[in-house]
Write a protein that binds this ligand. Structure first.
Ligand SMILES: NC(=O)C1=CN([C@@H]2O[C@H](COP(=O)(O)OP(=O)(O)OC[C@H]3O[C@@H](n4cnc5c(N)ncnc54)[C@H](OP(=O)(O)O)[C@@H]3O)[C@@H](O)[C@H]2O)C=CC1
Ligand SMILES: CC(=O)C(=O)O
Ligand SMILES: [Mg+2]
Length: 497
């Protein structure tokens, strides 16, 4: 199969071959993915999954996952009960409104829950039959899709307000009724005007987290903890600037502020002041407070208005620059050079996916900083040769976190997700980074060790769940890492006697 897949030159063809294999021989699909994770992750996940979603209607061959549309109102439970597998442990659900940095792809966003759940199995060892991809179809505002003969979803503008909230509520209620209290629901790629509200609304009644807000925060914090470990210094000494103040940007900012507050005993309101964000209107400052969306308000600090990113860099003098704007090539030469003139080792993360939306490329970060940048990106970049050095950029992607986080929640029978679990996951991931990794330029351990890494993350998350009294699987196992490993699905063929 690997030989076959390597015959294809075009990544999308490799993706289609992998999806075919997943349908035809699930065990072989996972065997291939696990044994060749660094080669195949960019195919089943970012960046290729982005292109697959953009072309989902025309490459569509078989249905994947469950679509729940406005037309199913009143019978969502019945729809869920039609799914052939009964023992579901994880649902990844999207409404397709913010697919990676590609915008509203409506039902074609189904590629994302399908891809994320493949990683739950391959990277985190959750049984494939326990994974359920769901897309909520409330329409799309993407005119191109509405006119596309191959669009697979409802041909109408997105439902909003009460109509939207009622369908989501029926879904959340039906899920708990059908699968019980311990079903894990991961919200994925919702637009921010729904994402924060859904998380707040269901965070206290369901085992739920938002991957873009919380999973991303944990992976970035892990990268920063490992940067501090190898470069010296503490997070409290840093100044942070974000381009993009949405789910990823404010989610990361809040977890960093929380970590600094825990490390220093400073109040959260104080630690937030070390963190600045720029949105499409410029630096978020107190004079804009009235007009800001609620999730931006905590970041409106005293400062005169600044419009351009490069001017914000020169005004704030950040040591760490993080891109979460969904806009490609926004870390210009001027911006990277400004970071390099302010810092001996500027830390630059271009987190936006897929590759086309990355704020800068690895080559640009290393070249414009004369090889001094500590760089990581959301989508993978090849190693880059600069002078006598070969730099290997780390992949700061929530794929490091959610499989292990999910495994930890499931194996402990957790009933709620707590911020301390995200902090624990970040510490566990950072703990897996070696000096050898860092010497190559990596702030993250290589993906080839991901199942071991996920077991460590799961163990720390489960330990937190027990400590917080949120675990229901009692008594706790003695060795949580070993227990995590023993729970993991492996695509091994049975021997026949
Ligand atoms: N690496 C990873 O693991 C992850 C990466 N991501 C990526 O992060 C990106 C953003 O996702 P998310 O936070 O959910 O999206 P949101 O839509 O919630 O936020 C995007 C933010 O970027 C701002 N923005 C847009 N254009 C510009 C611009 N030209 N200049 C400055 N700011 C701009 C928006 O400003 P305004 O508010 O004014 O509209 C908004 O604050 C996506 O590309 C996604 O793929 C997301 C999750 C995980
Ligand atoms: C990685 C991810 O979750 C995103 O780009 O949305
Ligand atoms: Mg996402």
């Amino acid at each position: 199969m690997l030989h076959n897949i390597r015959q294809y030159q075009v990544p999308l063809q490799k993706y289609m071959a992998m999806m075919d294999l997943q349908e035809r021989n699930q065990k072989l699909f996972y065997k291939l993915l696990i044994d060749n994770v660094e080669e195949l992750l960019p195919i089943v996940y970012t960046p290729t999954v982005g292109e697959a979603c953009q072309k989902y209607g025309s490459i569509y061959s078989r249905p994947q996952g469950v679509f729940i549309s406005l037309k199913d109102k009143g019978k969502v439970l019945e729809v869920l009960r039609n799914w052939p597998e009964k023992n579901i442990q994880v649902i990844v659900v999207t409404d397709g409104e913010r697919i990676l940095g590609l915008g509203d792809l409506g039902c074609h966003g189904m590629g994302i829950p399908v891809g994320k759940l493949s990683l739950y199995t391959a990277l985190g060892g959750i049984r494939p039959s326990a994974c359920l991809p769901v897309t909520i179809d409330v329409g799309t505002n993407n005119e191109k899709l509405l006119d596309d003969e191959f669009y697979i979803g409802l041909r109408q503008k997105r439902a909003i307000g009460q109509e939207y909230a009622e369908l989501l509520h029926e879904f959340m209620t039906a899920v708990k009724q059908n699968y019980g209290e311990r079903i894990l629901i991961q919200f994925e790629d919702f637009a921010n005007h729904n994402a924060f509200d859904l998380l707040e609304k269901y965070g206290t009644t369901h085992l739920v987290f938002n991957d873009d807000i919380q999973g991303t925060a944990s992976v970035v914090l892990a990268g920063l903890i490992s940067a501090m470990k190898f470069l010296g210094g503490s997070l409290a000494d840093q100044r942070f600037l974000f381009l993009g103040a949405g789910e990823a940007g404010t989610g990361i900012a809040e977890l960093i502020a929380l970590e600094i507050s825990k490390q220093t005993n400073m109040p959260l309101e104080e630690t937030r002041k070390k963190i600045w964000l720029v949105d499409s209107k410029g630096l978020i400052v107190s004079s804009r407070l009235e007009s800001l969306q609620h999730f931006k308000k905590p970041w409106a600090h005293e400062h005169e208005p600044v419009k351009e990113l490069v001017d914000a860099v020169n005004a704030i003098k950040p040591t760490i620059l993080i891109g979460t704007s969904g806009q490609g090539r926004t870390f210009t030469k001027e911006v990277v050079e400004a970071m390099a003139s302010l810092n001996e080792k500027p830390i630059i993360f271009s987190l936006s996916n897929p590759t086309s939306q990355s704020e800068c490329t690895a080559e640009e970060a290393y070249t414009w900083s004369q090889g001094r940048a500590i760089f990581a990106s959301g989508s993978p970049f090849d190693p880059f040769e600069y002078g006598d050095n070969v730099f290997v950029p780390g992949q700061a992607n929530n794929a490091y976190i959610f499989p292990g986080l999910g495994l930890g929640l499931i194996m402990s029978g957790a009933i709620r997700v707590h911020d301390d679990m995200l902090l624990a996951a970040a510490e566990a991931l950072a703990g897996q980074v070696t000096q050898e990794n860092f010497d190559k330029g990596l702030l993250y351990p290589p993906f080839k060790n991901i199942r071991k890494i996920s077991a460590h993350i799961a163990a720390e998350v489960a330990a937190k769940a027990y400590e917080l009294g949120l675990a229901t699987r009692l008594p706790p196992p003695k060795d949580l890492v070993k227990y995590a490993e023993s729970c993991m699905y492996s695509p091994a063929y049975r021997t026949y006697r």
